[in-house]
Design a binder for this molecule. Structure first.
Ligand code: GAL
Length: 412
């Protein structure tokens, strides 16, 4: 009997240990470029003796991943670590289900190196609850270099120049705009379009949620611009995944894609070189300003056994060497301000410089499309209107009115 008890204890001890050194990670990084970046994190953890249990939930922007997360938390069985964006992190923190990383954050001085714009989401009630892994931004355009050369060679810097280049690409027999018809992708373009009508306008409409900006002549103009861009997509755009749209530009079948800098991860994965094979520019008219989103790993309360692995993972994520290695592959820029830019390509260097300048000049705004301007309820209300309009179900005037109404209803 004694022997049995000892053996049982030993077995339980082992199980607990195995658990202590394991992280189950819920994420939506399933495209080629995303998976390559995720692998940097996975390998880094495995080299510390931590086992990686993968829980991928495909779907750009993470809506499907958040639905899967809700089911796991409701069942009382949350994953150890979860990729999450902006206000979603805050929403979970309010439910009292997230873990506490303050111990490691304090020891490593995160407060001094993580920008305040990210800390707004990484912290709740004075505690660190998530480890930011990157800073992405949505107001980018990815252009096939040969297609641009054939269209005159000059990257557009204003709306009119953009339209002129798109017209030339069309005349050259290309699909000018590579687009995937999914609500979050349309909303991603909308970030850039709204910002192109003025930083103040973006702020009053999306950050302050001012009804007078949401239902305004400027918003009608923003929707008109969306309708114009819609006229440059191919017939098969509906439902297409974002990375397949990137592939159209990579392969020279389409001229350009309006997408966050995770698209660069696809170009790099395909062996393409910025400046030679593709060109990265800010959405014309938004130079100097940045609409950002930051992927963070939010840790859930999973008991003491797994906390060790959680803290280790958080510490690994914030190490400057990891921040460089990961973001070089992902297309994003580091989530801390003290990481050298040497390892980054020209688009990455530009991304880092743009972020610093925008922050200094008060032109850094949370992305509405990616959960950093307003909570999910408002974001989803906007998705609906933008997509309906993009698909011709309402005109621009009706869309601006519907947007103001939907946001007001979601605000409650
Ligand atoms: C964003 C996320 C990026 C990228 C993209 C497409 O929301 O921040 O890391 O994964 O979705 O899936």
């Amino acid at each position: 009997m004694r022997k049995f008890l000892l053996t049982t204890a030993a077995v339980f001890g082992l199980t607990a240990m195995a658990h202590a050194d394991e992280v189950e990670v819920l994420h939506w990084w399933t495209s080629g470029g995303e998976a390559a970046a995720l692998n940097v994190l996975k390998k880094n953890l495995e080299s510390q003796g931590i086992t990686w249990k993968d829980m991928p939930v495909a779907g750009g922007g993470g809506d499907a991943a958040m639905t899967a997360l809700r089911a796991r938390v409701t069942a009382g069985n949350p994953p150890t670590a979860v990729q999450a964006l902006g206000f979603d992190i805050t929403d979970w923190a309010k439910q009292g289900v997230v873990g506490d990383l303050t111990e490691v954050a304090t020891r490593e001085g995160w407060d001094k190196v993580v920008p305040a714009a990210l800390q707004n989401f990484s912290k709740y009630d004075g505690k660190w609850i998530a480890a930011p892994v990157n800073v992405h931004s949505t107001n980018w355009v990815w252009i096939n270099k040969a297609a641009l050369d054939a269209a005159g060679g000059k990257a557009p810097t204003s709306w009119d120049e953009l339209v002129a280049v798109l017209d030339k690409m069309k005349a050259n027999g290309l699909t000018p705009v590579a687009h995937g018809g999914q609500a979050w992708q349309e909303a991603t373009i909308f970030d850039g379009v709204v910002l192109s009508l003025g930083a103040d306008f973006y702020k009053s409409a999306f950050i302050d949620l001012d009804p007078k900006a949401l239902d305004s002549d400027k918003m009608v103009e923003a929707f008109d611009r969306m309708a114009k861009l819609r006229s440059y997509v191919d017939d098969n755009f509906s439902g297409r995944d974002w990375n397949l749209a990137s592939a159209m530009v990579i392969e020279g079948k389409a001229g350009m894609q309006f997408m966050g800098d995770w698209a660069k991860g696809e170009f790099l994965k395909a062996g393409k070189v910025p400046g030679k094979d593709f060109v990265c520019i800010r959405f014309p008219g938004t130079q100097g300003a940045v609409t950002f989103n930051s992927d963070q790993f939010m840790m859930f309360k999973v008991g003491d056994a797994s906390q060790k692995a959680q803290l280790q993972m958080a510490s690994d994520i914030e190490s400057p060497a990891f921040q460089s290695a990961f973001n070089v592959v992902k297309g994003s820029v580091p989530a801390r301000t003290d990481v050298p830019n040497d390892a980054f390509d020209d688009c990455g260097k530009k991304g880092m410089a743009d972020l610093a300048d925008a922050s200094k000049n008060n032109l850094l705004f949370g992305s509405m499309a990616h959960g950093h301007a307003a909570p999910a309820a408002i974001k989803n209300a906007l998705y609906d209107v933008v997509t309906k309009h993009f698909n011709g179900e309402m005109d621009s005037k009706a869309a601006a009115k519907a947007l103001a109404e939907a946001v007001a209803a979601a605000k409650g």
